[in-house]
Design a protein around this ligand. Structure first.
Ligand code: NAD
Ligand code: UGA
Length: 468
C-alpha cells in the first residue's frame, strides 16, 4: 500500500530544489521538509536571518518566511537528511558535459550519481527516490542499479520521475498553480504505490486532474520534449523575425495573427535576441545526444537546428548593432540594459546578454552594463568565462557597471536592451536622450519599448522583427 509521506529530504538547494520544496513545506504543514546541499554558502544564505536568499524569485521570501523553522529546514548535513526521510528528491544540477564522451551535448550525470550513491550508502530504511533534476531518458534505470547494488538488506528503493516545469521569475506562481504535475513510475504494484504516495503530497494543493501519472520513461522524456517544443517556438518566431526585417512585415503583427489560431495559441511567441537560461539549450543538446545514441541522426539534426537558429539570432543582432552604427563600434560607448537571461530573475546562465557584450568587446567597444538584480561579481565571472585568455583587468578597462539605467546611458552612442525588465520600458526616455551623444541609437532586443514614441523623442530605433 502507498506510504503516507511525513518526512521529505531534497538534495540540492538550487533554483529548483529551493522553491519547489519550500512550497511543498508551505502547503503541507504536516510534512517535515529538509533541503540539503554541499554548498555551505548557499545553505547559509537560505538560513540568513534577514532572508537574503541565494536566489531572487518574486514571492519566494514570503514562502520561506512562513515555513522556515516550522517544517522547512536547510542544512549541509546530507546524510542526516537522507536517513530521516521517507521520500527524497534529487534536485542537483545536470549541466552539459564539458569533456569526455558526449562533451558539449550529453548531460553530466556525475552529481545525480554521487547523490544516488550517497543515498545507497547511508539509508537505513526504505525510501522513495524521486528524480527532480532533468535527466536523459532511462536515467532512473541507472539509479536503480546503483541503489540496489549498494543497499543494506531490508531497505527497498522505489524510483519515481517527477520533472519540474517551473520557469524562473514566475516560479512561485507556477508552483502554486501548476499546469500539471507529472509523475512517472514503473507500472509494478510497488511502483504504482510509490507514485500514489507522491501524488498524495501534491494533492494537498494541486487539483487531482492536474496530477498526471505515466510510465517512468515517458515522464523522463516528456521533460526534455516540453523544453524542446517551447524553445522550438522561440526559434520559429525568431526565424520569422529575420524575414520580417528583410520585408517590412512586423513580427508583433505576425505573432498576433498566428497566435489567434487556437491550435497555435498566443503564448511564447515573443521574438527576441535569442533564448537563454540554464535549461533550453542544455536539454535540447541532451535530446540531440540521445537521438544520436539511438542511431536517429535525422531526429538529432532536427532538434539541433533549434539551437543553431538561436545562435544565429544572437549573432545577427550583434551584427545589426555594428552595421547600424556605421559599420564600426571600435572605441564607441554602448549601454547594455539587462544582464539576466529574462526579467524577474538574477540568473545569468546562458544569458544572451553575455554573448552580446562579448561580441561588442571583441569589436573593441566600451560597454556599460546595468541590471537591477544581477550581482556585480557574477557579471565579472560571466565575462571572464566568455572571453577565455583575456585577463579580467583588461575586461575591466572596457566594461563598467552602472547603478541605474539612466546612469548607464549617459554619454553613450547607443543603448542595447538585452533583458525585458519592465523598468526599462518605464524609464524617462526623454531624459536618457538628453544625456546621450547624438545621433542616439536604441536597439531593442526584447520588443520592449514603444519604438514610435522613442523616435518622436529623436532616437534612431532598431527593433527585432521590424523593417526600418
Ligand atoms: P542549481 O545549480 O541551482 O542547484 C543544484 C544544487 O545541487 C547546487 O546548489 C549544488 O551545490 C547541489 N548539489 C550538487 N551535487 C550535490 C550532492 N551530491 N549533494 C548535495 N548537493 C548537491 O541547479 P537548478 O537550476 O536548481 O537545476 C537543478 C535541476 O533541475 C537540473 O537538472 C535542471 O535541468 C532542472 N530544472 C531547472 C529549472 C530552472 O528553472 N532552473 C527548471 C526545471 C528543471
Ligand atoms: C523554461 C521553461 O519555460 C520551464 O517550463 C522549464 O521548467 C524550465 O525552462 C527548465 O527546465 O529550466 P526558464 O528557462 O526559466 O523556463 O524561462 P522561460 O520563460 O522559458 O524563458 C527562457 C528564455 O526564452 C528566456 O531567455 C526568455 O527571455 C526567452 N523567451 C521566452 C523568448 O525569447 N520569447 C518568448 O516568447 C518566451
Amino acid at each position: 500500500a502507498p506510504v503516507s509521506v511525513t518526512k521529505i529530504c531534497c538534495i540540492g538547494a538550487g533554483y529548483v530544489g529551493g522553491p519547489t520544496c519550500a512550497v511543498i513545506a508551505l502547503k503541507c504543514p504536516h510534512i517535515q521538509v529538509t533541503i540539503v546541499d554541499l554548498n555551505q554558502a548557499r545553505v547559509d544564505a537560505w538560513n540568513s536571518p534577514d532572508f537574503k536568499l541565494p536566489i531572487y524569485e518574486p514571492g519566494l521570501v514570503d514562502v520561506v518566511k512562513q515555513a522556515r523553522g516550522r517544517n522547512l529546514f536547510f542544512s549541509t548535513d546530507v546524510d542526516k537528511g537522507i536517513q530521516e526521510a521517507d521520500l527524497i528528491f534529487v534536485s542537483v544540477n545536470t549541466p552539459t558535459k564539458k569533456s569526455g564522451v558526449g562533451a558539449g551535448f550529453a548531460a553530466d550525470l556525475n552529481y545525480v550519481e554521487s547523490a544516488t550513491r550517497r543515498i545507497a550508502a547511508v539509508a537505513q530504511s526504505s525510501k522513495i527516490v524521486v528524480e527532480k533534476s532533468t535527466v536523459p531518458c532511462r536515467t532512473a534505470e541507472s539509479m536503480r542499479t546503483i541503489l540496489e547494488a549498494n543497499s543494506r538488506p531490508g531497505t527497498r528503493f522505489d524510483i519515481l520521475s517527477n520533472p519540474e516545469f517551473l520557469a524562473e521569475g514566475t516560479a512561485i506562481e507556477d508552483l502554486f498553480k501548476p499546469d500539471r504535475v507529472l509523475i512517472g513510475s514503473l507500472q509494478t504494484p510497488e511502483g504504482l504505490d510509490a507514485c500514489q504516495s507522491l501524488a498524495a503530497v501534491y494533492a494537498n494543493w494541486v487539483p487531482t486532474e492536474r496530477i498526471l501519472t505515466v510510465g517512468l520513461w515517458s515522464s523522463e522524456l516528456s521533460k526534455l520534449a516540453a523544453n524542446a517544443m517551447l524553445a522550438q517556438r522561440i526559434s520559429s518566431i525568431n526565424a520569422l523575425s529575420a524575414i520580417c526585417e528583410a520585408t517590412g512585415a512586423n513580427i508583433d503583427e505576425v505573432a498576433h495573427a498566428i497566435g489567434f489560431d487556437s491550435r497555435i495559441g498566443p503564448k511564447f511567441l515573443r521574438a527576441s535576441v535569442g533564448f537563454g537560461g540554464s535549461c533550453f539549450q542544455k536539454d535540447i543538446l541532451n535530446l540531440v545526444y540521445l537521438s544520436e545514441s539511438l542511431h536517429l541522426p535525422q531526429v538529432a539534426a532536427y532538434w539541433r537546428q533549434v539551437v543553431d537558429m538561436n545562435e544565429y539570432q544572437k549573432r545577427r543582432f550583434s551584427k545589426t548593432v555594428v552595421d547600424t552604427l556605421f559599420n564600426t563600434i571600435t572605441g564607441k560607448h554602448i549601454a547594455v540594459l539587462g544582464f539576466a537571461f529574462k526579467a524577474d530573475t538574477g540568473d545569468t546562465r546562458e544569458s544572451p546578454a553575455i554573448t552580446l557584450v562579448r561580441d561588442f568587446l571583441q569589436e573593441r567597444a566600451y560597454v556599460t552594463i546595468y541590471d537591477p538584480q544581477v550581482d556585480e561579481a557574477q557579471i565579472w565571472l560571466d565575462l571572464a568565462e566568455a572571453l577565455p585568455g583575456v585577463p579580467l583587468e583588461n575586461i575591466k578597462k572596457q566594461v563598467t557597471l552602472a547603478p541605474s539605467a539612466l546612469d548607464a546611458c549617459k554619454n553613450k552612442e547607443a543603448v542595447v536592451i538585452a533583458t525585458e525588465w519592465k523598468e526599462f520600458r518605464d524609464i524617462d526616455w526623454a531624459a536618457v536622450y538628453a544625456h546621450m551623444n547624438k545621433p542616439a541609437f536604441v536597439f531593442d532586443g526584447r520588443l520592449l519599448v514603444d519604438a514610435d514614441a522613442l523616435r518622436k523623442i529623436g532616437f534612431k530605433v532598431t527593433t527585432i522583427g521590424r523593417g526600418q
